[in-house]
Design a protein around this ligand. Sequence first.
Ligand SMILES: [Zn+2]
Length: 215
Amino acid sequence: MRLIIFGAPGSGKGTYASRLKSKLGIVAIATGAIFRELAKEETSLAETVKSFLELGQLVPDDIVIDVLKGRLMKKVLEGFILDGYPRTLVQAKALDALASIDAVIHLVVPDWIIIERLSNRRICSKCGEVYNIRFLKPRRPETCDKCGEKLLQRADDTPKVIRERIKIYEKQTQPLLQYYEERIPIVRCKCDSIDMPPEAVVANILERLEALDLT
Ligand SMILES: [Zn+2]
């Protein structure tokens, strides 16, 4: 199964993608994580990527498409869930040339939940596992359950930057949803309760994928 998941930063997209990946036996490809990893390297590409990430801006299409192509080509047959890609129509069309997508998952989450969630979000400095100090607590404070490393708050998880990111996300995503709406099924998932457990959201998504005869 080949899926794309859309959701604002803080919609829980990464968490759901990672759970869906295990349930469906596919790989999750998160471009945000790929670029953060890439930015740590000492290359001119890394410098370029870093400059965009630091400003909270989108990495240009040609760079994103190149990076994705390398990762995606090996995974097309196994199935995948794409998180953070495509962000533009140019990227969507480049993807169409690489693989046919079965469905789009669209998470619809109100702004106040996003701001509440992101300001409480912590990420493992080593393995990238995501926690929330209110709703998805690590067993030991500020420590990753998986690898025992320290949890950090991302520099762009501040209310000002969050609001800016939501605005960018909405502006970028609208034309993409329109594009896919005309082509493939969209599983729309309304998450308007802040304490809805991730399992419930994932179960709902799986049920609806099943109804589409994709599982
Ligand atoms: Zn970890």
